[in-house]
Design a protein around this ligand. Sequence first.
Ligand SMILES: [Mn+2]
Length: 364
Amino acid sequence: MKPLHLCFVILICINSYIFCDNDVRDKVFIIPGLQSADEVRSVGDDFINIAVIMVNVNVKGLVDGILRTFGIMLRSIFLSSKGTPINLILITDEKSYEKVYSAIKISIGQYLSETAFRMSGIKSQIARAFIFPKFTCQFVHLASITKNIREEIDEMKPIYSLINLNEPSVITVDENNATVLFSNKYKEDLYFIAPFYGNSFPHLDKLLTLDADLQVKEDLGVLYEELNRASEDELIIIAKDQVGYNADFCVYVQGMKLPFVKVEKLFGLNCGVVLYDLEKMRTNKLYRDHIKARKFKELKSEYNIDHVELIASEQDWFTLLLWKYPHLFKILDCEWNVQANTEQKFPCNKLPKILHTHNEIHNA
Ligand SMILES: [Mn+2]
């Protein structure tokens, strides 16, 4: 048999292996339909739990292109996988559910066909096709999370976001007039749920959350391992902000020399890639005390910054909590969340393991 014919036979075999069932892609959706967050269970000890919020996919202008961007991220996860099994949890709403479902099926199909048919480097592509990760998918209703924390969310909104902002606004970052277009979307419920993930997912122990505008270049099991390396008190693993959207604010608070601030040089955080130890979030008394109603307002007042407008919702709350209690956080290496904004005040100079594209769905 000529080499070309042999290649052709191999490709046919791969495809019949992958598509031997009706549609193997449907098998990833272990629980069809939307479920409540408190119903979500681990699908196996070897699986990592990854949550992505995908709501308002139909609202034009708010998140244009989110499905396309999400598809790119999903394929990048498959392509960089070395086989770590993934349980993907989509936090979504009724209107978005079917579109997100289709986007996942399409991404799996595209990945499999691209991988099988790519003619260059056939050996490695064949190897990749066979290490497509064990992959399951569950859909969670956003409202099943927010209904239990309505009071807390409503308390946070006016103090950690520009609740009255109706149009995107421009914020000057530094003396060179570098600007960030700050979206008016940060007053949405979905930007206030992260502090409560411990209680929202009572049957999960660990969770990695990803923005939809990422390009993943490393097996996410490697990142998930960080949770096992964290100390007893480190509940949340998160990278520093590289854009510098709140750089002036950091300098301002630093200048106040508040005695309870335990971080030497203040910096912001970015919630694009975050690891949560949910079990520790449920059991750590200090943390639990701080996610009670009235505590969100109290924390901001303690800094004597009631007159300062905070803009980035839960991300800014995490930042204030970090400055006071740094032992609750582990700082993730910048290579796991390289923020690709055009203007970066604190650029990461490493090759990205995750590139945070900050495209049109995410302006800051
Ligand atoms: Mn983002």
